[in-house]
Design a protein around this ligand. Structure first.
Ligand SMILES: *Cc1c(COP(=O)(O)O)cnc(C)c1O
Length: 376
């Protein structure tokens, strides 16, 4: 039989029926511990649920197959997943993008750097800057986020991978916004792919979870596995089950958010009150050509609007929205809007006039109408 398409894999979750009742939905395994045989062995192949829980098997296998990965691991959150990658490289040097998910940037600077991870930042939109810093620093790891929060610059993954090979670094990539459906970073040379599964993978704003997927089973992956089991940042079985349930509609949600986002970006691209509509799907966007090459099926559901009249106008616009909810986070079925600089706080590189939009799967006319009225 030919390989199943990704839509079929997601729709069917694991695709497995569970013995002995032939359930067509995966059961939840709540046990923390497993019985040993009389000879001291573990006939069930499991020892203790901090290392592994059988409820993880189906979502991990599904994420690995969507990413074309050797294997995947679930974590207690996206931050825990990303943290495991960086801890596995400590002590050492890493490069990270100047614009990136704020809480992770903060963790790198406040926690990891004082404990032996030498972090340097490169310009997301300049592969030349990345190459120059990589040759100067000779990092163990290069972190990429593309498209990157909250301005959605695009990094050329294949070009970054070539630089990483040249200097002997591994590429770890935060692919949360691209989802496993729009970009497959391992095919482009990445070693480790990270998802905040809280976002598109689960998709319903009701689970905090993270995932890493690995190109190969090597020493790096073994240390990451140990960091999860030994450090204990594991997902609960109920959250794991909910996550699998969420992933089953990933392809429908991602298709809808991409088409809604493109329609909104095109509609407001030349609006007189906006200085920028930041969205890699627009032909005018500086990252568009690279995005078109490394993304397929759409440009994602994240965009930002910058208001010509500045910070107060951006806040007032956010306050006037009625369909969009004012909340942080992204990648869910409902649309969210956020004045990003005020949530990131002092020291943020985010422009003060920027409003970040996470486009949901509502009717496009309601979303466009809401933005139109709030811009007034
Ligand atoms: C939310 C998010 C994270 C962090 O994930 P959590 O699940 O909230 O810990 C990391 N990167 C990106 C791009 C995110 O959107």
């Amino acid at each position: 039989m030919r390989a199943k398409r990704r839509e079929t894999l997601t729709a069917q979750g694991s695709g497995r029926v569970a013995e002995p009742y032939r359930e067509i939905v995966e059961p939840i395994h709540v046990a923390t511990t497993y019985e040993r045989g009389t000879d001291g062995s573990y006939p069930g192949g499991r020892v203790y649920s901090r290392a592994d829980n059988p409820t993880y098997d189906a979502p991990e296998a599904l994420i690995a197959s969507l990413e074309g990965a050797h294997a995947a691991l679930l974590f207690a959150s996206g931050e825990a997943a990303a943290g495991a990658f960086f801890q596995a490289l400590m002590p050492g040097a890493v490069l990270a993008p100047r614009n990136m998910y704020w809480a992770l940037r903060k963790w790198l600077l406040d926690f990891a750097k004082p404990r032996g991870l030498a972090v340097e930042f490169y310009d997301n939109a300049s592969i030349d800057d990345l190459a120059a810093k990589a040759r100067a620093v000779k990092p163990r790891g290069i972190w990429i986020e593309t498209p990157a929060n909250p301005t959605w610059e695009v990094t050329d993954i294949a070009a970054a991978s070539a630089i990483a090979r040249e200097v002997g670094a591994v590429i770890g990539i935060d692919s949360t916004v691209a989802t496993p459906l729009l970009t497959r970073p391992i095919e482009l040379g990445a070693s480790i792919v990270m998802h905040s599964a809280t976002k598109y993978l689960n998709g319903h704003s009701d689970v905090i979870a993270g995932a890493l997927a690995a190109a190969r089973d090597d020493a790096l992956w073994q240390s990451i596995r140990y960091i999860r089991g030994g450090g204990g940042s594991v997902l609960g079985p109920f959250e794991s089950w909910l996550l699998l349930r969420g992933i089953r509609t990933l392809h429908l949600r991602v298709a809808c958010t991409c088409s809604n986002a493109m329609a909104i970006a095109q509609r407001f691209e030349r609006h007189p009150k906006l200085s920028h509509v930041l969205y890699p799907g627009l032909a005018s966007n500086p990252g568009h050509a690279v995005a078109a090459r490394q993304m397929s099926g759409g440009f994602g559901g994240m965009m930002s609007l910058r208001l010509k009249a500045g910070e107060e106008a951006a806040k007032a616009f956010t306050a006037k929205l009625r369909v969009f909810k004012r909340a942080t986070s992204l990648g869910s079925v409902e649309s969210l809007a956020e004045h990003r600089a005020s949530v990131e706080g002092p020291g943020t590189p985010c422009p003060a006039d920027l409003v970040r939009l996470s486009i949901g799967i509502e009717h496009i006319d309601d979303l466009i109408g809401d933005i139109e009225e709030a811009l007034g």
